[in-house]
Design a protein around this ligand. Sequence first.
Ligand code: 4NP
Length: 153
Amino acid sequence: MIKVLFVCLGNICRSPMAQFVFKQMAEDRGLSGYFEIDSAGTESYNEIHHAGIHYGTREILKEKNVPFEEHYSRRIRTNDYEYYDYIIAMDDSNIEDIQSLTGLDTEHKIYRLLDFTSHPRNIKDPWYTGNFEECYEDIVEGCSAFLDFLKKS
Ligand code: 4NP
C-alpha cells in the first residue's frame, strides 16, 4: 500500500481537491487498491473550526464528476511524516511549513505536486484567487504526472 498525504495551507480548498482527484484517477487507471490517500493543512484554524471542504472545491468537483466524501480540516502532525510514503505539497511555502512542523525531510518524502510535471510551479491558492477552475486544471496535471512517476518507480 502506498500512503499519500496531500498538504496545503488550510486543508479546505487545494489538498482535498487533490485527494479526491487523485483517488478518482487511480480508480480510473485500475490502481485504487494500491493507495491510502488523505489530506491535511499546515495551519490549525480550520481544524479548530471543524471546517469542511470549501464550497468552491465542492462545486468544481461536482462539475467535473469527481466523487468526494466529507472531509474535515486537520493540521499535519509530526507522526504523519513517519506514516506516509509521499507528502505532496501545493506550493513552496507549504514545504517550508511542513518541515517546521514535522522536521527536515531526511527521508525525501516531501514533494511539490507540479514538480512532477514538465512545468514545475506552485498551485495558486483559490482561497485568494477565487479561481477554482485553474486550480482544478493544475491538480489534474499534477496528479497525472505523479501517477506516471509512481508507475515508473
Ligand atoms: P487551501 O486554501 O490552503 O487551498 O485550503 C486556504 C483555505 C483557508 C485559508 C487559507 C487558505 N484561511 O485563511 O482560512
